[in-house]
Design a protein around this ligand. Sequence first.
Ligand code: GTP
Ligand code: MG
Length: 242
Amino acid sequence: MVVVPTYNEVGNIDAVCTQIREVLPEAEVLVVDDGSPDGTAEAVRRLTSRLGRIDVIERTEKQGLGAAYRAGLAAAIERGADICVQMDADLSHDPADLPALVAVVSHGADLCIGSRYVPGGITENWPAWRRWLSRWGNRYAAGVLGLAVNDATAGYRAYSARSLEQMDFATVRAEGYGFQIEMTHRLVRQGGRIVEFPITFRERTSGRSKMSRRIVLEAFALVWRLWLQDRRGRRQRRRRGG
Ligand SMILES: Nc1nc2c(ncn2[C@@H]2O[C@H](COP(=O)(O)OP(=O)(O)OP(=O)(O)O)[C@@H](O)[C@H]2O)c(=O)[nH]1
Ligand SMILES: [Mg+2]
């Protein structure tokens, strides 16, 4: 199941759903919309006459990206999906990469990350400051937490349902990039197998980014919260051992 969170993506949703259906006709698509004032949910419903069934979870107000992922992933598991993909609706994530991400998980990985920071990975049309923030944000998170993952903030991912069930993602609190970091951290700590697949990330051409200073600060603080949590865990284990 492919989970696509949307907020005001009416200019992109047609293309993204059409391309998902083209490359992965066997996948179910679940759009999680937060009452987009531009009528994104309505546009999805119109698409079903051409593309077949596309599910929409409609929430009444904007609750943030993390909340949308939690709802979407929970619904995917409940409906019996064996692989859960999450991707943005703004075409920054190319649906053409879907079969590769899914194949990696069906061959035994717990998580396949569509990564900008492994050889072959590319970021197109981002201003220098966004590249810098993303690259160093990732080095910071991986360095502090010892994650051995190059693109822990990436939002284009495929999870095995098994690994999601194990990690209790309903308690992940972060909303923005922090959500991806916290999910990656949990998976690493539970011994999950993570593979990074190189993608070309393209800046959106339609609609507006919802990235904000608050989301960046949240991710920055989260890394230290997780670091403290790890340290507490190590101490408790040592005390129990001794
Ligand atoms: N349901 C829901 N979707 C959201 C919310 N915020 C963002 N999204 C969607 O999540 C995806 C990623 O959001 P973007 O605004 O592109 O943010 P981003 O990709 O982190 O930032 P950019 O790199 O600047 O595009 C898009 O499909 C958005 O429509 C939200 O509060 N609720
Ligand atoms: Mg985006």
